[in-house]
Design a protein around this ligand. Structure first.
Ligand SMILES: Nc1ncnc2c1ncn2[C@@H]1O[C@H](COP(=O)(O)OP(=O)(O)OP(=O)(O)O)[C@@H](O)[C@H]1O
Ligand SMILES: [Mg+2]
Length: 222
């Protein structure tokens, strides 16, 4: 479903240029789960941002379900991203003034014709993740684990084919981290949504089908 080849990405660093991704390749199959590990600053978030179309590689090829990400323009990208890719971050980034119910439905707003379907799906997923009773509460009235589960529901609301999770359990205690990891894996099986997780936790990484390490701008078997 996703093929990256010879991806490079550099950033200016003082008077020089720092090459973060250096000829990186990656092939992800439909429904696959994989972890990306690597030291701080090795380029993991940079890579997720390129896959998630939030950032563009300097060179290389990136094809997502047949669409060439390198050639897509800024008008096409937001709609593509919203339909195809769900994202979960270390901090939930829920809107503080909105209830959980409103928050998880935000990505469905641009897809107006599908709103009814999205509400049914929100109900299913909120029940499935154990936060249905809390749906009319705001993020500040919920625990960190509950907010993070809501972020997972929001990421899945438009039936994406890929979930990108950048340190999704980084702000959770061990019990909630395990709960969220198991939830991501169960939903991956049920919905056949591919899952790429960036993590510092070897425990989490080893639960994924494959583990890659980002070293010198390339992925190697972890
Ligand atoms: N917008 C930017 N401008 C300049 N440099 C950047 C930018 N984004 C990232 N970098 C640099 O690129 C390198 C890789 O950053 P990245 O955030 O991808 O690392 P990471 O592996 O996700 O690290 P961490 O585990 O700490 O989250 C770092 O040296 C960082 O300073
Ligand atoms: Mg990062």
């Amino acid at each position: 479903m996703l093929q990256l080849q010879s991806i490079t990405k550099s950033y200016p660093s003082g008077s020089t240029v720092r090459t973060v991704l250096d000829g990186l390749s990656l092939d992800v199959e439909k429904g696959e789960t994989l972890a990306i590990v690597g030291p701080s600053g090795s380029g993991k978030t940079t890579l997720l941002n390129i896959i998630g179309t939030l950032d563009k590689a300097d060179s290389g090829t990136a094809v997502f379900e047949g669409a060439n990400l390198m050639e897509m323009n800024s008008n096409e990208l937001p709609g593509f991203r919203n339909r195809k890719i769900g994202m979960v971050f270390q901090l939930h980034h829920l809107l503080p003034q909105c209830t959980l119910w409103e928050n998880v439905l935000v990505p469905a707003i641009p897809l107006k014709s599908k709103n009814n379907e999205a509400e049914q799906r929100a109900e299913e997923l909120l029940k499935r993740t154990g936060i249905w009773e809390q749906r009319f509460q705001k993020p500040a009235e919920l625990s960190g684990g509950e907010c993070q589960r809501a972020a997972v529901v929001r990421a899945l609301i438009n039936r994406p084919s890929l979930i990108l999770a950048d340190e999704p359990t980084g702000a959770l205690d061990h019990e909630n981290a395990e709960l969220l990891t198991n939830l991501l894996l169960e939903l991956n099986k049920e919905l056949n949504t591919a899952l790429i997780v960036v993590t510092h936790s070897m425990e989490l990484a080893l639960k994924m089908g494959k583990v890659y390490k980002l070293v010198d701008g390339k992925l190697v078997d972890g």
